[in-house]
Design a protein. Structure first.
Ligand code: PMV
Length: 327
């Protein structure tokens, strides 16, 4: 293969899980203990440029114009180099159009964009499924950001991880949905999700129950999405979110990702629902609240969340497209 010396830029969108994944069955290959289902977000994305440069002594990574620690990225690039049969070091430049490392899934969009840009820059042509397997090794949720719309990540059964990949369930255009992200904290979160679940998820007494109930949750969500049943989808998503946080709260040490505004925003969503507004919340390993609603209710939901004390700002997103190269 011939590395592209001029470099390649790719864009990948962030995603949030409707049915969450937490826990790993293999830390080295980053194999998830359970499957997951997500939606890709149009408004939150990462642009990443990769160039393999002969003569470069070490990989260099800049995120948002700032030099970053290369360890996690070099390990990822080594997978690409091995596949391409090259030894060249690379320059990575990456920009998020949203706060990095604050529970807005920058590792999802970041490693998906890196998988697309780095393989292409190394002269490889990979199918989306192979890109998803590769992206998973950077961050579990990144496997899902290879695809747009509604996406399912399979847990897989093989030891080599070749069947632990995401695939699309429904295109973004097939079921328009709005996500209002209520940002309650701008700083980076205290504990990143990879560190949070590695070697600690299974210290919870609830862990086995979490793993045992994953398949029925996934099956019910697949059905709700196929039927475009907003209420069923929302109830399942809110349940999966609260169950995930129950698990994280019950690990040793317990992990509390919420702040006061996170909790207030959850109550605000339920108050809207009591008033007849179709809206449900979900929250990942961070303090931000993502509210899901049909586009016609976006204005009402955003206004209500902006009135919640401690909500600093809201971002609105539709469902987004596949990860892809761009100029
Ligand atoms: O992307 P990771 O492997 O760091 O983990 C993401 C974990 C959650 O966001 C909490 C759940 C999920 O399925 O996205």
């Amino acid at each position: 293969s011939h590395p592209n010396a001029a470099g390649v830029t790719a864009r990948a969108h962030s995603n949030i899980a409707l049915i969450k994944y937490w826990g790993k069955r293999d830390a080295r290959l980053n194999l998830p203990a359970v499957g997951s289902i997500s939606i890709t977000l149009d408004a939150l994305y990462t642009d990443t440029r990769v160039a393999f440069l002969p003569g470069l002594e070490a990989d260099r990574v800049d995120i948002g114009g700032r030099r970053a620690d290369t360890t996690r990225f070099s390990r990822f690039l080594d997978l690409v180099r091995a596949e391409a049969g090259i030894d060249t070091r690379a320059r990575i430049e990456s920009w998020n159009n949203f706060p990095t490392g604050a529970g807005l899934a920058s590792s999802a969009s970041g490693f998906a964009a890196l998988a697309v840009a780095a393989t292409r820059a190394a002269g490889l042509t990979l199918e989306p499924r192979a890109l998803s397997v590769l992206a998973r090794q950077g961050s579990g949720s990144a496997a899902r950001s290879i695809f747009g719309g509604f996406v399912e990540m399979r847990r897989g059964a093989r030891d080599d991880g070749l069947d632990a990949a995401a695939s699309p369930l429904l295109d973004a255009a097939d079921w328009p949905l709005t996500v209002i992200v209520a940002i309650t904290e701008h700083g980076a979160k205290a504990l990143d999700s990879t560190a949070g679940m590695t070697g600690s998820a299974d210290t919870s007494d609830f862990y086995q129950a979490w793993v045992d109930h994953a398949e029925p949750d996934l099956a019910a969500m697949r059905e709700a999405i196929a039927a475009r049943d907003f209420q069923a989808m929302g109830e399942l998503a809110e349940h999966s979110c609260l169950k995930l946080h129950g698990l994280m709260l019950s690990t040793r040490p317990g992990q509390i990702y919420w702040n006061a505004a996170t909790v207030a925003a959850m109550h605000a969503v339920r108050a809207l629902r009591a008033d007849g507004v179709p809206v449900y919340f979900t929250i990942d390993a961070g303090p931000q609240v993502k509210a899901l609603c049909p586009p016609a209710h976006a204005e009402t939901v955003a206004a209500a969340l902006e009135r919640v004390p401690g909500v600093l700002e809201t971002r609105r997103s539709a469902l987004g497209p596949d990860a892809r190269c761009h100029d």
